[in-house]
Design a binder for this molecule. Structure first.
Ligand code: XOV
Length: 320
């Protein structure tokens, strides 16, 4: 059992990871993992993990789950908002993403993302056994979050979803692409379905630029095999929704071309959660946490007041 250090990152200090004189495991960017907070997943891969700690003692945990091709350091702004509410925020780069090991944007079973999520969740529960835990997922990270909560419903006090992948969007997963992906998966699994169009990510030109120039973002084509796993994810999510009971705060833009807003309508109508809210942003694109200032500030305010109300905290909980 690898020891978890104070950050909850497990180091392999007690098991000789490499015989004397050999080089330490390096991140895809060439950084030794001994210098990066990380944990080792069930396949022995180094998963880069990130922790944003509040100045005071934390009153809750927030587990952020990033989307396809991106990485957890893109959530610094959201994490800062949350640490100001005395949340301890944690996240990691999914296998094949960012500073974690694994072939770029390659997965042979979508459940691996959920398995690694649960491992990190258990590490943090051990470190902070008495704190309520919330999860926030974006896009493909929303599907991973839904499936994680579905497996551990009693571990979460609430789930926030920013334009989650519930239904594939007809633009990015055209019925031809879906058909082709399923067929080609047997013969050409590594064929590219084309890469994510950065202009679909946000209307905010600065954010599109940041996405396009971010060296930790994967800008290559999406493999057929990855697309098929995303389709697997959407069907697993649809099966999970009718049994879903955790409080949910959902956000979606009406002009989202990457994840169909219909998926959020299906979700809000299907889940059994007593507390469920869907905020629709007219004209907004996909990454609402990186959209035009008026959208992103509204999303962050809604998240703040929803969390304050959940924690029975001070602030704008409107008790009538
Ligand atoms: O800020 C952010 N957001 C990001 C990038 O940077 C967007 C990206 C992300 O997760 N998705 C956008 C693309 C979408 C493609 O979907 C498919 C494609 C082929 C297919 F066959 C079946 C499907 Cl479902 C999946 C979800 C994370």
């Amino acid at each position: 059992e690898a020891l978890a250090d104070k950050h909850g990152a497990s180091t392999a200090g007690d098991t000789p990871m490499m015989p004397e004189g050999s080089t330490p495991a390096l991140s895809p960017q060439g950084v030794p993992y001994t210098e990066l907070s990380h944990y080792i997943n069930a396949d022995g891969q180094h998963i880069f993990s990130r922790y944003w700690k509040p100045s005071g003692s934390p009153r809750a945990l927030m587990f952020i789950v990033h989307g396809a091709g991106e990485h957890c350091c893109r959530y610094d702004d959201l994490a800062q908002i949350l640490t100001a509410l005395n949340f301890l925020v944690f996240s990691h780069d999914h296998v094949g993403h960012g500073q974690s090991e694994g072939e770029r944007m390659t997965i042979h079973d979508f459940h691996i993302f959920v398995r690694d999520n649960i491992q990190h969740l258990d590490l943090m529960k051990k470190q902070y056994p008495d704190l309520p835990i919330f999860m926030c997922g974006h896009s493909m990270g929303g599907a991973i979050a839904i499936l994680t909560v579905d497996e551990r419903p009693d571990d979460f006090s609430g789930l926030i979803l920013i334009s989650p992948l519930v239904l594939p969007s007809p633009q990015s997963a055209t019925s031809f692409k879906v058909f082709a992906a399923k067929l080609l998966n047997y013969v050409l699994p590594n064929l590219s379905l084309g890469s994510i169009d950065p202009s679909f990510v946000s209307r905010n030109k600065k954010e599109v630029e940041a996405y396009t120039t971010d060296p930790l973002v994967y800008h290559g084509g999406m493999k057929v095999s990855f697309g098929v796993q995303l389709l697997n994810a959407t069907s697993r999510v649809e099966k999970a929704l009718p049994l879903f009971k955790v409080p949910v705060l959902l956000f979606h833009g009406t002009l989202d071309k990457l994840c169909d807003i219909r998926g959020s309508h299906v979700m809000i109508d299907t889940i059994q959660s007593e507390e469920k809210t869907l905020k629709v942003y007219e004209g907004a694109f996909h990454a609402l946490h990186k959209e035009l200032p008026e959208v992103t500030s509204s999303v962050f305010q809604e998240i703040e007041s929803w969390l304050q109300q959940k924690l029975g905290g001070t602030g704008s909980s409107n008790i009538v």
